[in-house]
Write a protein that binds this ligand. Structure first.
Ligand SMILES: [Zn+2]
Length: 177
């Protein structure tokens, strides 16, 4: 089941390339204030980002760059993971990759087109390719990584709980310095 149309339909809140699509996701940036981030409260369409943030927090506690990801199918969490590059001594152990692998095992499927990914940081080029291969339907991300090119082929919605997602990274790198 695909929830929403066209793969070329990008919805990017605050994205200068798609200013007319902002209205569709109005409130995404204010989601933490408007809805709270209690994952048990499904009143917010962005509630899984609260869980992704909890995973980012867990990464931080392990001394990892705090990025968390959650995979949702039919409004249910299928898998959750955080960045574990240090812990697994694997530069490919990004939160998105780990959550994809977990979800594929849980669903016994190599394709996840009816799943949505929530990740606290805009996926890097490596993860974007993995998401394309996994045929992910839609990606919600929190903090923008302005150094990255636009991903292709799946719908992406940025700026979800952006402030919270950004501040966990800022705090982490600030403390490191
Ligand atoms: Zn990545």
């Amino acid at each position: 089941m695909r929830l929403h149309g066209n793969k070329t339909d990008y919805v990017m809140t605050g994205d200068k390339r798609a200013p007319n699509t902002i209205a569709l996701m109005t409130g995404a940036r204010d989601a933490p204030l408007a809805y709270g981030l209690d994952p048990k409260t499904e009143k917010s369409p962005f509630w899984p980002m609260g869980v992704a943030l909890m995973m980012a927090e867990k990464a931080k506690q392990c001394g990892e760059v705090p990025v968390g990801a959650v995979l949702v199918q039919d409004n249910r969490i299928i898998a959750r993971a955080h960045n574990q590059m240090n812990g697994l001594k694997n530069p490919m152990a990004h939160a998105e990759i780990l959550v994809l692998v977990q979800a594929m095992a849980v669903l016994s499927s190599k394709y996840l087109n009816d799943c949505h990914l929530y990740v606290t940081l805009q996926p890097c080029a490596f993860c974007v390719q993995a998401l394309i291969l996994a045929r992910i339907g839609r990606v919600y991300f929190g903090a923008y990584d302005t150094s990255l090119p636009a991903p292709e082929s799946f719908e992406r919605i940025g700026g979800v709980c952006e402030q919270r997602c950004q501040s966990i990274l800022h705090e982490f790198f600030h403390q490191k310095r």
